[in-house]
Design a protein around this ligand. Structure first.
Ligand SMILES: *[C@@H]1O[C@H](CO)[C@@H](O)[C@H](O)[C@H]1NC(C)=O
Ligand SMILES: *[C@@H]1O[C@H](CO)[C@@H](O)[C@H](O)[C@H]1NC(C)=O
Ligand SMILES: *[C@@H]1O[C@H](CO)[C@@H](O)[C@H](O)[C@H]1NC(C)=O
Length: 247
């Protein structure tokens, strides 16, 4: 019983593999090659199934004259040409599949693109916020240097994130070990709406602050104040972590 499902699946996987293998000889020699790229679909997550906001594979190498066959799965995506500099913005005069809804994941919803150059071309899905979570694709992206697929994808996420604040790394503050006896004075530089805790041995107070970091980005913080309320091992000189403090 158990295998009545598994066997047909294995057979179709084998068939799929055969199909890929039968294309392989074209790669080495004469004719143009067909590259199949899946767009979207569903993926297993801990709570069940969720839409996959990705191209697979997300980067290919192709020759002029090769064809890329985009196979659209759930739910409703596009393949839209952009530029390396603006990953989530349609390139003027670029190609665009338009929306290819396939809510039930039926076979045969495809869009074909013929590769016209060995220069890199950059693509994304223009549906909603998909690009901002990294739904991007590239043909002939460099594999080293500063214009790789991963840099392109990071740019898409950084430039089109739906997060409210564009968080950038700020310099890590240095703690002077000689300051061990410093009083637990807290200064909140900007937006100090509820800043309050001062004085040696103050009882623990949560203080929230908002300001801007060195790059001009909005940032926020919350401090649990009052060094005397921390265990000795986790307070002064142990800023930044509670390593080894799990009971
Ligand atoms: C697909 O998405 C586009 C853009 O959000 C929308 O206009 C269109 O109605 C959608 N199509 C279907 C069938 O959901
Ligand atoms: C794309 O190419 C494949 C393979 O040649 C073909 O089966 C399919 O019909 C084409 N799709 C479109 C939309 O032209
Ligand atoms: C993504 O960012 C570009 C600018 O880089 C902007 O033109 C575009 O509207 C943004 N798209 C979304 C969906 O936020």
């Amino acid at each position: 019983m158990k295998y009545t499902f598994a066997l047909p699946l294995a057979a179709s996987l084998a068939a799929a593999q055969m199909q890929v293998m039968s294309l392989a000889p074209q790669a080495t020699g004469t004719g143009p090659m067909i590259h199949t790229v899946t767009v979207g679909g569903m993926k297993a997550v801990s709570t069940g199934m969720a839409p996959s906001l990705a191209f697979f594979p997300e980067s290919i190498t192709a020759n002029v004259g090769d064809m890329v066959e985009f196979v659209f799965m759930q739910k409703n995506h596009t393949v839209t040409q952009s530029t390396f500099a603006e990953p989530c913005k349609a390139m003027a005069g670029g190609q665009d599949s338009g929306f290819m809804p396939n809510p039930e994941g039926k076979a045969g919803v495809t869009w074909n693109m013929t590769v016209a150059t060995t220069d890199p071309t950059w693509w994304y899905c223009k549906q909603g916020t998909h690009c901002g979570v990294g739904m991007v694709f590239a043909v002939n992206a460099a594999t080293t240097g500063d214009k790789t697929m991963s840099v392109f994808k990071n740019n898409a996420i950084n430039k089109n994130s739906t997060k409210q604040a564009d968080l950038k790394p700020a310099a890590i503050q240095q703690v002077n070990p000689a300051a061990a006896a410093a009083p637990s004075t807290v200064t909140v530089a900007a937006g100090a709406a509820n800043a309050a805790a001062t004085g040696a041995g103050a009882t623990a107070t949560v203080v929230a602050g908002q300001g801007t970091d060195g790059a001009g980005q909005a940032c926020g913080c919350q401090c649990l104040c009052g060094v005397n309320s921390f265990p000795q091992e986790a307070a002064v000189n142990n800023f930044g972590g509670f390593a080894g403090m799990l009971p």
